[in-house]
Design a protein around this ligand. Structure first.
Ligand SMILES: [Zn+2]
Length: 188
């Protein structure tokens, strides 16, 4: 298949602070997040259609700023795994201790089933804990320590759903919800 452009290669963080546009595949699955500039180029080239617009922002007198666009041609996307690292674990958990709800910078990574007892480095076994909770829990499971988790750790499905979910949770782009929910995002 020939694709004159590659929306998958667009960097997620380009244009931080500017209006973000959710790019859907022709199948309506979220593909990417891009800037309104790139989204507009795709639309002007006839490669995408606008599904949602920001009524408060105009590109021209007759054109509203798109916030969700859909590609006219289906693009095959390879599965991209989200790296398991401290930064991504904290992001998944909204920088919030999953035991006491503390939000702040003194956060650590806790192994739900302790590493000293064979607990593994997996998305399902690591969670965000403040230093106090981490020390208090020690080498026990949440059940043993009587410290229930606010949310069971889970594996984010992909970079895309992760990024879009964060954007929605941050209060921006609420109109993206109907396109991302049901596709496998973890909005509680
Ligand atoms: Zn805590």
């Amino acid at each position: 298949m020939h694709h004159p452009f590659n929306p998958v290669s667009m960097p997620l963080n380009e244009g931080a602070g500017m209006s973000r546009v959710l790019v859907l595949n022709a199948s309506y699955e979220p593909l990417n997040i891009t800037t309104w500039r790139r989204a507009t180029v795709l639309m002007l080239k006839g490669k995408a259609e606008s599904l949602e617009e920001d009524a408060s922002q105009r590109l021209r007198h007759d054109t509203l700023l798109p916030t969700v666009i859909r590609l006219r041609q289906f693009v095959r996307v390879p599965y991209r795994e989200l790296p398991l690292n401290r930064k991504n674990i904290l992001l998944r958990d909204n920088n919030c201790c999953q035991y006491c709800g503390h939000i702040g910078d003194k956060l650590s990574i806790d192994h739900v089933f302790p590493r000293s007892r064979g607990g593994e480095d997996t998305w399902e076994n690591v969670t965000t804990a403040c230093l106090q909770c981490n020390v208090m829990k020690g080498n026990r499971t949440p059940q043993e320590a009587n410290m229930p988790l606010r949310r069971n750790p889970y594996k984010p499905l992909s970079n895309m759903s992760f990024e879009a979910t964060r954007q929605i949770n941050s209060g921006k782009n609420k109109e993206w919800e109907k396109y991302v929910i049901g596709w496998g995002s973890n909005i509680a």
